[in-house]
Ligand binder design. Structure first.
Ligand code: SF4
Length: 262
């Protein structure tokens, strides 16, 4: 998927407020990588699925003064862009997001040690949770991991074994890791139970984020209707169910869309 270890295709680099998960509300320097090998039914980032010829680079943090640059991007170039956005006392971490950032593992094996030399921010990886082999060599440089747990009844994707392997790797490496499961009206109790048992068997103190799906403006797959949000009573019941295994089950919707933020 990567062209060479020293280049990567990007979607955008910009500064924004984190809209999902337990560090919601913090300020992030986002590096959004192109390409994803999954096709989740609820995906709101399908523009990342392919490998574009250009990417959008914010010049001033939060100003949305994007400049279009050619892909693929060289490692030294990305280092320079991140350093330009890294202003004192502004960001809480660098978020590696996508798409699926782990498709760029060879590039990240070069980029992460280099950025750690020049930038003190923690590295926060947001991943679909299905590529543990690609994560393992990166763990020495990653501080936080937000791992999606793809419930088959909602996402159309099934990756139980890979999720378990990735979570075990993160816990063994003593990384701060949480799991995030998107839920919709189609979520089954069997999926929720299996996910809770999987996580609790590794560490019952991990944070499990239930994220009610945000409605999509249009279907992303011609043959599938986009998932609809669950009703509040369902969410209450599911949280109670999950807390039997995982006391730190919390419900956090996407907040960046509520405030109209990119
Ligand atoms: S893993 Fe993320 S980017 Fe990839 S299809 Fe699923 S929701 Fe979209």
């Amino acid at each position: 998927m990567t062209e060479r270890a020293t280049t990567a295709r990007l979607i955008e680099v910009f500064s924004a407020i984190q809209g999902e998960g337990p560090i919601v509300g913090t300020r992030q320097l986002f590096v959004r990588f192109a390409q994803c090998d999954l096709r989740c039914d609820y995906c709101d980032s399908d523009r990342t699925w392919l490998a574009p010829d250009t990417c959008e680079i914010e010049q001033t943090p939060g100003a949305r003064d994007f400049v279009t640059e050619p892909n693929p991007v060289a490692l030294a170039q990305l280092l320079a862009w991140v350093q330009r956005l890294d202003r004192p006392n502004l960001h809480d971490s660098i978020s590696l997001t996508g798409g699926e950032p782990l498709l760029h593992s060879p590039f990240l094996q070069q980029f992460l040690p280099a950025i750690k030399q020049v930038c003190a921010l923690p590295i926060y990886l947001e991943t679909g949770g299905h590529r543990p082999q690609q994560l393992e060599p990166l763990l020495p440089w990653i501080d936080w991991v937000g791992m999606d747990l793809k419930l088959p009844s909602v996402s159309g994707e099934t990756h139980w074994a890979a999720h378990e392997q990735m979570l075990r790797l993160c816990v063994a490496a003593q990384k701060w890791v949480f799991v995030k499961a998107i839920v919709s009206e189609a979520t089954t109790l069997a999926d929720l139970t299996r996910s809770a048992e999987l996580v609790a068997a590794i560490d019952p103190h991990l944070v499990y984020v239930m994220q009610p799906v945000s409605p999509l403006p249009a279907p992303i797959k011609p043959d599938r209707q986009p998932p609809q949000p669950p009703i509040p009573a369902q969410v209450l019941q599911w949280q109670q169910h999950l807390k039997q295994w995982l006391p730190q089950t919390i419900v956090i919707p996407q907040t960046h869309k509520a405030i109209g933020q990119l």
